[in-house]
Design a binder for this molecule. Structure first.
Ligand code: SF4
Ligand code: SF4
Length: 200
């Protein structure tokens, strides 16, 4: 009689013979099935979890003493080029942000405090999440065609892709407020209107 493991392997290897668009998926399925069917039993020593706990403590201690040693050496001006782990006491101590990081939007203002936006609808059109809604109106200044009577941005839907900023011909919308910790108790309060966006 054929060895059951060998029989299972032969059955699984049949997946390789199948040609077609799902061949790679079948190979992945086969590998997973193979791993599951050949998973070895834990020994009694492993079942006590002592080796795993000890190796976890050893790894944590290694990082702890490495960082402690480096911080002490840094105090004496030594090995400053080797960074040691730092814990930021958030929210009292915010983490430094990269300059190119995209954070919450703001609408830029002209010198007179009116929005720089000319309601061209480019951002609304390009937005993949469909979270911008602009109501255009005639601008009283004949040199400016339109302005946004309302500019709604639903941050609950926004994916922070930055397309709206990239596409804007007037540099009227930016994502540089540095505000990341945006939380709300309702979907409605994640909807920002023109006034909120202009306040920065
Ligand atoms: S960042 Fe992307 S998803 Fe968010 S408003 Fe701009 S275009 Fe839309
Ligand atoms: S792309 Fe710029 S100018 Fe055009 S509607 Fe959007 S924010 Fe306003």
């Amino acid at each position: 009689m054929e060895n059951p493991t060998k029989q299972r392997r032969n059955n699984l290897e049949k997946y390789f013979e199948v040609k077609g668009p799902f061949a790679l998926l079948r190979v992945a399925q086969m590998k997973r099935a193979w791993k599951q069917s050949n998973r070895r039993e834990l020994t009694w020593w492993e079942k006590t979890y002592i080796p795993t706990v000890v190796s976890g403590i050893a790894l944590t201690s290694k990082h702890f003493f490495r960082n402690l040693g480096l911080h002490i050496l840094h105090l004496f001006g030594l090995y400053k080029d080797i960074p040691a782990a730092v814990t930021y006491q958030y929210p009292e101590q915010p983490r430094p942000l990269a300059k190119r990081l995209r954070t919450r939007h703001r609408l830029m203002k002209r010198e007179d405090g009116s929005p720089r936006c000319v309601a061209c609808m480019m951002c609304e059109t390009v937005c993949p999440a469909r979270c911008i809604e602009i109501t255009a109106a005639e601008h009283p200044d004949p040199n400016i065609e339109k302005y946004p009577a309302e500019f709604i941005l639903d941050l609950g839907k926004c994916v922070y892709c930055g397309f709206c900023v990239e596409v804007c011909p007037e540099d009227a919308i930016r994502m540089d407020t540095g505000k990341l910790d945006i939380a709300a108790y309702s979907r409605e309060s994640m909807i920002y209107d023109k006034t909120r966006l202009m306040d920065g």
